[in-house]
Write a protein that binds this ligand. Structure first.
Ligand code: CA
Length: 286
């Protein structure tokens, strides 16, 4: 197989359930690079958050951040940026505030969330626990903890502070434990044609510039590196990976991906907790 560029998602893909990159996966990435394969981490997370995760695992790769809004090279230089229009962000935030959503706004430096929306999550969590006795509360707390542990995460007192920052606004993530509410928000923003709306995990949806997607960013990076899309591979587990599955020459679903994601892909590897990424890398050179 002639493969020169491999795009790898983070959550549910390269990261295990403890949100870290295993030594086996990190070794596999360094091995692929030593064989002349370019690696790009392609994630819904912000560049600086993804970079900090890679640094901890001692790997250095290209990074597609915020669902395709940015591309950085191994020296952390920005090669590409597609941000949201500020007036549009204000409209989105106002809607989310009116509908009582917890949300986060990612810039190219930080992740901001108004402090009062944290209380919304606590209330939703309590309500879910009270109305559903067989609910997996551990999974809920884990999901919340993951949001707050992102690098650059900062609470602000009022959403105006976010709009007034002199920073590019890249990604808005809304998060709720109420599935009907999540779907209502997802459907509302999906109907606005200047935006792109994805879900990257249970309980969330994310909004970016219409032109931003993991697939478009992969295409852009392949162009910059003079690599044909036929010689690219994408590995992922969720709906925000579909755009890159469609662009890449080879698409690989994680063993832990949902069945409809697996059905779209050329091949399914092992799960994220079984080092599925390392498994696919070593099977390429076998
Ligand atoms: Ca994922």
């Amino acid at each position: 197989m002639d493969m020169k560029l491999m795009a790898i998602d983070l959550d549910g893909t390269l990261l295990n359930c403890k949100n870290t990159i295993s030594k086996i996966n990190a070794d596999a990435i360094r091995y692929a690079q030593s064989q002349g394969i370019e690696i790009v981490i392609s994630t819904g997370r912000s560049f600086f958050d993804a970079k900090s995760i890679c640094n901890k695992a001692n790997i250095s790769t290209y990074i597609i951040g915020n669902n395709g809004s940015s591309i950085h090279n191994r020296k952390a230089e920005q090669l590409y940026l597609k941000s949201l229009n500020k007036n549009e962000v204000e409209k989105i935030i106002t809607w989310l505030e009116n509908e009582s959503f917890y949300y986060e706004v990612s810039t190219n430096h930080k992740i901001y969330s108004p402090i009062h929306t944290r209380e919304i999550l606590n209330v939703e969590l309590e309500r879910s626990i009270n109305t559903n006795s067989n609910i997996d509360t551990g999974k809920f707390y884990q999901a919340v903890e993951k949001q707050f542990s992102q690098a650059g995460f900062t609470f602000v007192n009022h959403y105006n502070e976010i709009i007034e920052k002199d920073e590019d606004l890249l990604n808005i993530l809304a998060f709720t434990f109420n599935e009907n509410k999540r779907k209502m928000g997802f459907d509302y923003f999906s109907s606005i044609d200047t935006l792109s709306t994805f879900s990257s995990a249970d309980y969330n949806f994310e909004i970016v510039n219409r032109k931003a997607s993991k697939g478009n960013a992969l295409q852009k990076l392949a162009q910059l590196l003079n690599i044909s899309l036929k010689e690219t591979m994408a590995v992922g587990d969720s709906y925000n990976d579909i755009s890159m599955f469609k662009k890449a020459g080879y698409s690989i679903a994680m063993g832990n991906a949902k069945e409809d994601i697996k059905a779209l892909c050329d091949f399914t590897t092992k799960t994220n907790d079984e080092d599925g990424v390392a498994h696919i890398i070593y099977s390429l050179s076998a």
